[in-house]
Design a protein around this ligand. Structure first.
Ligand code: GUE
Length: 297
């Protein structure tokens, strides 16, 4: 039987554990604060940011939300980030990506105080991660590691094929999995749009992570029997329903499930874990900045 890995349930357990850490901080007089910044009118971005604010409320994190007109100059965003960097009540800052074309996103990532960079996107934090001493593990890769762990999937010595080489998922995840560490020690192959014979790379894998952003690109014919399949994709495709869209992953779930020993669904797989690990990094950030020892799940 194929195990369908329940990301909502794993995320819920992590949030429960984080509530205890948040209480420990409260006992020390610290109220954990996360700021989200949105400079976009894309409906998907608006949905994700409001979900993150709702998560904060649910676990007892003080959520601050700043919206900037997408037509405003880049300086407005930089002023907001500078204010949040200086605000002692704010322990974590997330600037929702993508930002408008006239704003240089690399400059924005560099502007966030690395201690408050709960996305883990600042070049200093990227460098630390690659060198094997991450300060904040980026939320989606960390969530994938927690999901593998929850399903008792051994990465040590395993062949893991990561499809996708983005800075936010593919590259950091490949770096984490290859490291000499618990939840690591894997042999990692990173594939992308120019990979020759992708199916050969996915068929030789014990674990396939699909993070290419192409709806249902990985199907059952590309997998060997018994593979663990982690689907990072969250693609909105037009549909004839009240929302006007449907959420599909980068994996063709039905055919992949025939081959997989374990598989994550979309929705309800990696997405909720990304949000849970953002809360995790925020609690970690508060502990570091306030000098309080907190247990993390
Ligand atoms: N600075 C920054 N940090 C991010 O972490 C970041 C970002 N920018 N930009 C966009 C991507 C995307 N992302 C998602 C998080 C949760 C779900 C999620 O919870 N998905 C639900 C369903 C959501 C729905 O119903 O639309 C699920 O898969 O079950 C999806 C996508 C974070 N991102």
């Amino acid at each position: 039987m194929t195990e369908v890995i329940d990301g909502d349930a794993v995320a819920e357990r992590i949030r429960d554990d984080l509530r205890d850490s948040i209480e420990t901080l409260a006992d020390e007089g610290v109220e954990v604060g996360l700021a989200t910044v949105l400079m976009s009118d894309d409906p998907a971005s608006e949905t994700y940011v409001s979900m993150k604010q709702r998560d904060c409320e649910e676990v007892g994190i003080e959520g601050i939300h700043v919206e900037i007109d997408p037509d405003a100059p880049a300086e407005d965003l930089h002023e907001t980030v500078a204010d949040l960097n200086d605000d002692p009540d704010v322990h974590g800052i997330l600037v929702q990506m993508p930002v408008p074309d006239h704003v240089d996103d690399r400059e924005v990532l560099r502007a966030v105080d690395p201690e408050k960079d709960v996305d883990g996107f600042h070049p200093e934090n990227v460098g630390r991660l690659v060198a094997g001493h991450a300060r904040y593990r980026p939320c989606t890769p960390h969530g994938v590691q927690k999901l593998l762990d929850s399903a008792d999937v051994e990465t040590e010595g395993a062949d893991v094929t990561v499809v996708g080489r983005s800075n936010i998922v593919g590259k950091p995840l490949a770096n984490l999995l290859v490291q000499k560490a618990e939840d690591g020690n894997a042999t990692v192959t990173v594939c992308h749009s120019r990979t020759d014979d992708l199916a050969a790379k996915t068929r030789q894998a014990d674990v396939v992570v699909a993070a290419c952003g192409v709806p249902e690109m990985i199907d059952g014919s590309m997998l060997s029997e018994g593979t663990t399949v982690i689907d990072v994709g969250v693609n909105r495709v037009d549909a004839d329903n009240e929302k006007g869209y449907e959420l599909v992953g980068d994996v063709d779930f039905e055919s992949a499930k025939e081959k997989a020993s374990a598989i994550t669904p979309v929705p309800g797989g990696v997405g909720p874990m990304t949000r849970a690990m953002l809360l995790y990094n925020t609690v970690k950030a508060a502990g570091r900045q306030e000098g309080v020892d907190v247990d993390l799940p």
